[in-house]
Structure formats: structure tokens, C-alpha cells
Design a protein around this ligand. Structure first.
Ligand code: FAD
Length: 478
């Protein structure tokens, strides 16, 4: 990245001032101790930093930003460091300061009448789910990274995950935010109102802004009734083209009871069976594709199971699915979901994997996969596509594993070229080059090509007005 001329490396005095704000025990200056904050789990991005700061309160975050803004120091906000586009990792200059929210984990309020909870940004998503559960409610955001991802991180990336179909993405689950602005002022937007038509929705600007407009320090999150009935189904399909019709049938019948609808390719299932533990082949005969879907209800009732049984019968009769099973126990439910949850991680054992996080209209998912597979075979003969993901919202993780035996580095050298070619297909089908992971560093240079010119100009103006000195996560997103 060429650094903005407005930004400067921090002087010794500035570093000392920043350390004083959080206290020495919450500041890391030693290079080796900083390492976990400077690399991401896939080791795709490695950065350097002048300092890592771990503030314990909104006031400390505000003081850090006021100091950094005055001294023109670049700040990289970081949550659980699970982001997949490199947004949370500093660049290689060593001039940036990482601000980790990990100490800000308080649950400030639970309001059962409003069905909300107010939590600090560093609370881990899985802990937030447990807090809601203990209060007799459901916080439905669910991602494979939920054991590490933090509330601030999932809001900053507008994370999606498994339950978007029924509950929406992170944006739909937040009613209010507290955000520290680039100059250190605090926007007190912790409102729990469902209705508030008082002008521009600032909350929605910060959600999905990937740490470039402000640092989220707390949020009011929506809670839902807990699901007491949960029916998980798996169906084998022979022809991918039939999947959207079956989805339409299921959605029409189950409506809001349908809480997930995922697609898995046989090759990905085989990777999970080979490398993962506590898994089993879901049906007696292998199929090229599987649909994994779930019905939930907050009431004790046979309705979800009756609907599931009826739909599976109808789907087989209409030749949309070839075979199907319903999980008969909690263990079977968990085994089915492990096929999906381990799918990304297990690809690591098969060598290099080139990834895409894209969305297209649901009806065009088969066309997208067929066209992208043909392209891959043309560009890297023998490479193994593993397209999987959230079919119900058109979001496909189009991952491609290397040909067996090929040198990993040689394969990965195709990353940019393959991304560009696959994204061409996505745009041609009216889709998005980033469905849920964001833009970060990885897709920054692709954005001008994929985004409407007017929208992009407005985004630059918003950035300049929120962060005139460009200190917040420079070089990411824009
Ligand atoms: P980080 O990775 O630390 O940061 C992500 C971005 O947010 C960075 O740009 C950072 O600067 C910014 N940021 C972090 N905290 C703040 C804050 N408090 N204020 C302002 N900016 C902040 N994503 C999905 O949407 N759906 C999935 O199903 C999904 N599955 C995943 C599975 C795995 C195994 C992994 C590793 C990741 C997955 N992700 C998924 C990626 C997803 O983006 C992250 O898991 C999560 O949203 C990021 O949270 P985090 O706390 O780790 O943020």
C-alpha cells in the first residue's frame, strides 16, 4: 500500500502516550508478542505494527483515537481476527497501531420486554449466544467462526452465516450502536427502538464498514424466542439444476419455519469424511450434491416434522431430490451439521485452496456453478471445485482445491487470475463479488470494477467526512 501523505509513523512520544492510555499491561510493543495479532489463521496476510493496544473501556478507545488523529497515526481495529479478507491485519510498514477490543466483553443490559441485549464489542459471538440462551432467548447469528469472532467484528463485516434466511445478517440483528469516531468523539447510538425515523440511519453506515468509519464499542442486539423444535434434513440430488425448484417448494410450505438451506458437493463431503472426526456418510448411496436444511419452531409441536416428511416425499415424487433422511437424534443432527461446518477447514488438508465468497440470484446458482467449473478446468486442468454454502440466499463459497500432486505455491499463483475470471461470471449473472466476508484488503482493487460509479463516489465522500485524516484502517475497503 502506498501510505497516505497525511499519515505518519508514530514517534516515541506518541507511542508512550498511547501506552499510558491503556496501561503498560494492556499494550504490546514486543514483536514476538504481537505475532498473533499480525497474522490470520490461513496465513494469507502477515503484517507489522508499531504497537498493539487493548483498551478496557469506551473512554480509552476514545482517548486512543483522539491521540492517533492528532498525530496522524493509522489505526487497525481488530476483533477475533477471523476475518477472511485481511481487513483486521495491518500492512507491512510497521507504522500502524492495532486496537484489539478483546477486553471489552461486558453485557451491559438484557431487556426481555424489548427483546434486546446490550453488549460490548469484544464479546465473543458464541458467548453472546450463551448469554441470550441463559436469559431464555435466542441470538440467531451463527458462523463456523463463532468461538472466536466478536460482536464488533461481525457487525463491522455485516456477517451472515447459517441463519440469514430466517433472521437476516448482522445488520438485521442490531438496533443500536455505540461508536468512537476518528477524532475520538463518541456517538451514543445505543437505542433499542424498532421504529425511529429521524433521518439518515448512521447505524447502517457503520455496520459493514470494516473499521474504516469508526470503532464500534457496544451494540444493542435483537433477541428472539428460542427454538424448541428443530428438524434437520439432508437430501441427495443428482441434478444441480433441480435444487432451486426444491428450495422454492420448501420455502413456500415452511415460510419462516425454514431456518437454513445449504448446499454441499460430494467432493467436499468426502474431504470432511476423510479428515474430520465425528462424521459419517449421510445417505447410503453417494450423490453429487446434498441439500442440508432445517426447520425450527418456538412451540412444542409436530408441525416442523410433519412439514419435513411431506416435503421430502413430494420432492422425491417431483424428481427434484433423489433420496433424503431426517435426523432422528441430537447426535445425528450434530453429525449432519459437522459436514457443513467443517467443509471450509478440511479443505486445508487437500493442499492449496483458492476461495470466492459470491452471491447470485438463487435461481441462477446452478448456472453459476456450471460456468465456473468449466472455467476452472480450462484455466487449471485437474483443479477440484468445492462450491458450497447458503443456497437459500444465493451465497456460494466457490472454493477450488489444487490438483493432487501440484505444487501448492504454483497453484496459488493463479489466485488473482481465477478470482477475476470467476467474478466476471458473477457480475454477468447480476451477483456480488462479496456476499458476506467483505472487501478488506483482498478485494479492494476489485471494488471499482464491480461497484456502480456513483455508489463508489458516495462511499469515498462518506469516508472523507467521517475520517478526514484517513487514520481508520487505511487501504482497506476503499
Ligand atoms: P476481525 O477479523 O478481527 O475483523 C474483521 C473486520 O472488522 C476488520 O476490517 C476489522 O478492522 C473490523 N473490526 C473488527 N472489530 C471492529 C470493531 N469493534 N469496530 C470496527 N471495526 C472492527 N463470515 C460470514 O459472514 N459468514 C460465515 O458463515 C463465516 N464463516 C466463517 C468461518 C470461518 C472458519 C472463519 C475463519 C471465518 C468466517 N467468516 C464468516 C468470516 C467473518 O467475517 C468473521 O468470522 C467475523 O465476521 C469477523 O469477526 P472478528 O471479530 O473475527 O473480526
Amino acid at each position: 500500500m502506498s501510505e497516505s501523505p497525511k499519515l505518519r509513523p508514530p514517534s516515541r512520544d506518541t507511542i508512550a502516550a498511547l501506552v499510558r492510555i491503556v496501561g503498560e499491561e494492556h499494550a504490546i510493543t514486543d514483536e514476538a508478542d504481537m505475532a498473533p495479532y499480525l497474522t490470520e489463521w490461513r496465513d494469507r496476510y502477515r503484517g507489522k505494527a508499531a504497537l498493539v493496544l487493548k483498551p478496557g473501556s469506551t473512554e480509552e478507545v476514545a482517548a486512543i483515537l483522539a491521540c492517533a488523529n492528532a498525530a496522524r497515526i493509522a489505526i487497525v481495529p481488530q476483533g477475533g481476527n477471523t476475518g477472511l479478507v485481511g481487513g483486521q491485519i495491518p500492512f507491512e510498514s510497521g507504522h500502524e497501531v492495532v486496537v484489539s477490543l478483546e477486553r471489552m466483553t461486558h453485557v451491559r443490559d438484557i431487556d426481555l420486554a424489548s427483546n434486546t441485549m446490550t453488549v460490548e464489542a469484544g464479546l465473543v459471538l458464541a458467548v453472546a449466544q450463551q448469554v441470550a440462551d441463559s436469559a431464555g432467548r435466542l441470538f440467531p447469528l451463527s458462523l463456523a467462526s463463532e468461538g472466536s469472532a466478536q460482536i464488533g467484528g461481525v457487525l463491522a463485516t455485516n456477517a451472515g452465516g447459517m441463519a440469514v434466511l430466517a433472521y437476516g445478517s448482522a445488520r438485521d440483528l442490531a438496533l443500536g450502536l455505540e461508536v468512537v469516531m476518528a477524532d475520538g468523539r463518541v456517538w451514543h447510538g445505543l437505542r433499542s427502538l424498532r421504529k425511529d425515523n429521524t433521518g439518515y440511519d448512521l447505524k447502517d453506515l457503520f455496520i459493514g464498514s470494516e473499521g474504516t468509519l469508526g470503532i464500534i464499542t457496544a451494540a444493542v442486539l435483537r433477541l428472539f424466542p428460542k427454538s424448541v423444535e428443530r428438524v434437520t434434513c439432508i437430501a441427495g440430488i443428482k441434478e444441480l439444476e433441480r435444487a432451486p425448484a426444491f428450495f422454492a417448494r420448501v420455502y413456500e410450505r415452511a415460510g419462516p419455519m425454514l431456518t437454513a438451506f445449504e448446499i454441499l458437493p460430494r467432493l467436499g463431503v468426502e474431504f470432511v469424511l476423510k479428515h474430520g472426526s465425528r462424521t459419517r456418510d449421510p445417505l447410503s448411496t453417494p450423490y453429487p450434491w446434498y441439500l442440508l436444511f432445517e426447520f425450527s419452531s418456538p412451540r412444542e409441536s409436530d408441525e416442523p416434522r410433519t412439514i419435513a416428511e411431506g416435503l421430502l416425499g413430494e420432492g422425491i415424487e417431483a424428481d427434484e431430490i433423489a433420496d433424503a433422511a431426517i435426523a432422528g437424534s441430537l447426535t445425528q443432527t450434530q453429525e449432519l451439521w459437522r459436514l457443513r461446518e467443517l467443509m471450509s477447514e478440511m479443505q486445508k488438508h487437500e493442499g492449496g485452496s483458492i476461495k470466492h465468497d459470491v452471491s447470485v440470484p438463487v435461481a441462477r446458482v446452478p448456472e453459476f456453478i456450471v460456468r465456473a467449473n468449466q472455467l476452472v478446468e480450462l484455466m487449471i486442468p485437474g483443479a477440484r471445485p468445492v462450491p458450497f454454502g447458503h443456497l437459500g440466499d444465493g451465497n456460494i463459497h466457490y472454493n477450488v482445491s489444487q490438483p493432487p500432486g501440484m505444487d501448492k505455491a504454483v497453484f496459488l499463483a493463479n489466485w488473482e487470475a481465477l478470482n477475476a475470471a470467476v467474478h466476471e461470471i458473477v457480475l454477468d449473472l447480476g451477483g456480488s463479488i462479496s456476499a458476506e466476508h467483505g472487501i478488506g484488503r483482498m478485494k479492494r482493487d476489485l471494488l471499482p470494477h464491480a461497484k456502480d460509479a456513483v455508489a463508489l463516489e458516495l462511499m469515498h465522500k462518506i469516508k472523507a467526512s467521517f475520517d478526514p485524516n484517513g487514520i481508520l484502517n487505511p487501504g482497506k475497503l476503499l
